[in-house]
Design a protein around this ligand. Structure first.
Ligand code: PGA
Length: 264
């Protein structure tokens, strides 16, 4: 039986599936079951797998991946540990269920729920306090990119969320250009490298030996995964649409595993 994944080793790659507000219970369980079935060799190659289903399906997904080398995480958490916040999910609830991680500050939440940098910071704090890995999303709009502000925007977002308790083991950064999410467009490799380098410099200024993982997210597919994951700065991927298709998510994860076995 494969070892359960705790996501704490920054030297492992991470391929995360963000299912967003998709699927129904039986489909979610079937997809999680399918991922668990092929997870062992991917994990053995040094690639952590994380599935982030909608909150109602977390327990089902956790049950479905039992025995596989797959971690499960939430898509959001509240900044408080408990209280009168109807409809919200607290980080300790996720941890108590067996979740290992939670996505924080996704651009869709910044947009749909007007999440601000200070709120995202509070959520990172809550996630880490609950023992979860915070997958912090940062990224620029098309207007910001066209104005040459990418590095400025993403470093502002990261600086704002870098809480005292953050370490290489409990913080993962995902660079997700907003204009690349769900659009089929991806940045040129040089632009990914530049954004990652800007983020890396913020992490290094805080802790010179930081090896915290910085992922790429935004229209990652089976076709472009290898080229993106082969960039040495890219420690993995946060995959949306393609993570809903079992075979495609598998191809992305296996591309990451192949690169670990045989660097590009
Ligand atoms: P996408 O979404 O892969 O569908 O572009 C990525 C994300 O929003 O995390």
């Amino acid at each position: 039986m494969a070892q359960p994944i705790d996501l704490a080793d920054p030297d492992r790659a991470l391929i995360a599936g963000n299912w967003k507000m998709n699927l129904l219970q039986a489909e979610a369980v079937a997809l999680a079951t399918a991922v668990a079935a092929w997870s062992a060799p991917v994990a053995a190659a040094g690639v952590d797998l994380l599935l982030c289903p909608p909150a109602p399906f977390l327990a089902g997904a956790i049950g479905a991946v039992a025995g596989g080398a797959v971690a499960v995480g939430g898509q959001d958490c509240h900044a408080k540990a408990s209280g009168a916040h109807t409809g919200d999910v607290a980080a300790p609830m996720l941890a108590s269920l067996g979740c290992r991680a939670v996505i924080v500050g996704h651009s869709e939440r910044r947009r749909d729920h007007r999440e601000t940098d200070p709120l995202v910071r509070a959520k990172v704090e809550a996630a880490i306090a609950a023992g979860l890995v915070a997958v912090l999303c940062v990224g620029e709009t098309l207007e910001e990119r066209d104005a040459g502000q990418t590095a400025q925007v993403v470093t502002r977002q990261l600086r704002a969320a870098l809480v005292e308790a953050a370490t290489d083991a409990n913080l993962v950064v995902a660079y997700e250009p907003i204009w690349a999410i769900g659009t089929g467009r991806t940045p040129a490799p040089g632009d990914v490298v530049a954004a990652h380098a800007a983020l890396r410099s913020i992490l290094a200024a805080r802790a010179p030996t930081s090896r915290a993982r910085i992922l790429y997210g935004g229209s990652v597919t089976a076709q472009n995964a290898r080229a993106l994951l082969a960039l040495p700065e890219v420690a993995g991927a946060l995959v949306g649409g393609a993570s809903l298709k079992g075979a495609e998510f598998r191809a992305i994860a296996e591309a990451a595993a192949a690169l670990r076995r045989q660097p590009a």
